[in-house]
Design a binder for this molecule. Structure first.
Ligand code: SF4
Length: 402
């Protein structure tokens, strides 16, 4: 089938198979891909509402043993630049998030060998005790696998204990490309194979959690492998119906071991559009303005996206790789309305919470992103010494006091 016949099939509500998606992705003009994706967006969201969430992206530690070659964020065990946030620091970040009208943390971090399952349980319990209504969208599948391996407990049991402690939903990070050839080349096969990533999500869905799904493209994968990733997600969504949304972003090469160059804006829009067409069982697609900037983020709303993601209060991972776009609620709403949509706040389950907060009351403007830790702050988390140290570096730090 040529791409025109496939486009007609999509317009009639037909489901793409893999060879058809390859043909469209490789040969359809960008304007046609955009029109098709926009028609799917309009079918799923006829009210022209574009949503966003006020939450804070907190990276509790940057110490990581996984060492993915595309990552500029992590520091090896024992690095002078390594950190673990203390519970009080995390509480302060929650207070600031609540002041801006937020009700959730997106909590992710490195694979730190000195943080056992109990550290996460104690943190979640402490957050829920102090802020009973506050939500924890926390720990991507590779982090859950890391905790499962360290604690020698199956993933189901780790998830169940984390849920009891206060885990509300699981972010879809660490998926990169769900094809093992690619994962081996990026040194992220050991942290989680494609099957292992999907399996954590299957367990989370079975346990009643909703999760998101992501894709980081633009490293060493082929276009066919990007599509294989999308089809694997579609298959799991057919089976479990647990994904709330899909988010894709391009690899950010600065300061990474892998290096290379960043995918273009057109590549991003084509990838977003093909994802909207393949993932016909996903309700929501986010625009990734954090990596693409506000202007391409706004254009995403014409290429299949119906959500602007999060008001960015703090960002550490993408910034480490050279991108630091910042939009507060006023700026996000301006971009949504200027594109001809109405802007509504939502929660993690994509339930509408209401109109923009700043129209009800004055909120502080966020014109610069916060960071996990101020430069030069090398204070040690007071909680970490409650748990047995595993790494030689942490054992030494306890003996020497730093
Ligand atoms: S991407 Fe995550 S798992 Fe990989 S090195 Fe960075 S922090 Fe570690």
């Amino acid at each position: 089938m040529n791409f025109e016949a496939i486009a007609a099939k999509v317009q009639n509500g037909g489901r793409l198979n893999q060879p058809e998606a390859v043909e469209l992705y490789q040969h359809a003009p960008t304007s046609l891909l955009g029109r098709l994706a926009d028609s799917v967006r309009a079918r799923k969201h006829p009210d022209r509402v574009v949503t966003y969430i006020i939450d804070r992206n907190v990276n509790y530690t940057n110490i990581c043993v996984a060492r993915c070659t595309f990552c500029a964020f992590y520091r090896p065990v024992g690095s002078a630049e390594g950190y673990v946030l203390g519970f009080e620091e995390i509480f302060r970040k929650i207070d600031e998030t609540i002041a801006l009208g937020g009700g959730q943390l997106l909590l992710q971090g490195g694979h730190n060998p000195d943080l056992p399952l109990e550290w996460y349980e104690d943190l979640f319990r402490a957050v829920k005790q102090k802020y009973p209504q506050f939500k924890l969208h926390a720990l991507s599948p590779p982090e859950i696998i890391h905790i499962s391996r360290m604690s020698r407990l199956p993933v189901e049991q780790v998830l169940s204990r984390l849920i009891t402690a206060g885990l509300d939903s699981v972010p879809g990070g660490g998926a990169e490309i769900l094809v093992d050839r690619v994962r081996k080349l990026l040194n992220c096969y050991n942290k989680a194979t494609a099957d292992e990533w999907l399996d954590v999500m299957r367990h989370a869905h079975r346990a009643g959690l909703r999760t998101t799904a992501t894709m980081m493209y633009g490293t060493v994968e082929t276009l066919e492998e990007r599509l294989e990733h999308l089809f694997r997600l579609r298959e799991l969504q057919d089976e479990m119906e647990g994904f709330t949304a899909f988010i894709t972003w391009s690899y950010q090469p600065s300061h990474t071991e892998l290096g290379g160059s960043e995918a273009t804006g057109i590549d991003y829009l084509r990838t977003l559009a093909i994802a909207r067409l393949v993932l016909d069982n996903f309700d929501n697609l986010q625009a990734s303005w954090v990596t693409q900037g506000g202007k391409v983020g706004q254009l995403s709303l014409a290429f299949g996206a119906n959500d602007m993601g999060s008001v960015m209060i703090e960002e550490n991972v993408v910034r480490a790789a050279g991108a630091a776009y910042c939009m507060d609620e006023i700026e996000i709403v301006r971009n949504i309305e200027n594109a001809g949509f109405s802007a509504k706040r939502r929660n993690m389950h994509y339930e509408l919470l209401g109109d923009p907060i700043f129209r009800d009351r004055a909120v502080p403007r966020m014109l610069e992103l916060a960071v996990a830790r101020a430069d030069g702050d090398s204070s040690r988390s007071p909680e970490i010494s409650r748990y047995a140290a595993r790494s030689a570096a942490e054992k030494k730090a306890r003996l020497t006091g730093h």
